[in-house]
Design a protein around this ligand. Structure first.
Ligand SMILES: [Cu+2]
Length: 104
């Protein structure tokens, strides 16, 4: 019984981690194309495709972060600076998304 409760708690913990904002990569497209989050909020970047993607985030002209995300993998980023982020994939020039980070 104790093992079952522990397993259930772990499933809940994983599920709650996935309820936050997500930027997925599906069929060479960022989904959703635009979203708004708050400063301090964690965004999960997922790659649901079978090809490698790159998440190159710009705040203005400067790079905020730049990662490769292998197929099936995910990474997370806690946004600490407000602004309009543009997300591009250097490997697929047609891929772009916008994340607006607002002060609370
Ligand atoms: Cu890509």
């Amino acid at each position: 019984m104790k093992i079952l409760i522990t397993a259930f708690a772990i499933v809940l913990a994983i599920a709650s981690d996935l309820t936050g904002p997500i930027l997925d990569q599906i069929k060479l497209t960022y989904v959703p194309e635009s979203q708004t989050v708050s400063v301090g909020e964690k965004v999960i970047f997922k790659n649901s495709d079978v090809v490698l993607h790159n998440v190159h985030a710009y705040l203005g002209k400067k790079t905020a972060f730049n990662w490769s995300i292998p197929p099936g993998a995910s990474m997370s980023k806690t946004f600490k600076e407000a602004g309009e982020y543009i997300i591009l994939c250097d490997l697929h020039p047609n891929m772009f998304a916008y994340i607006t980070v607002e002060e609370e």
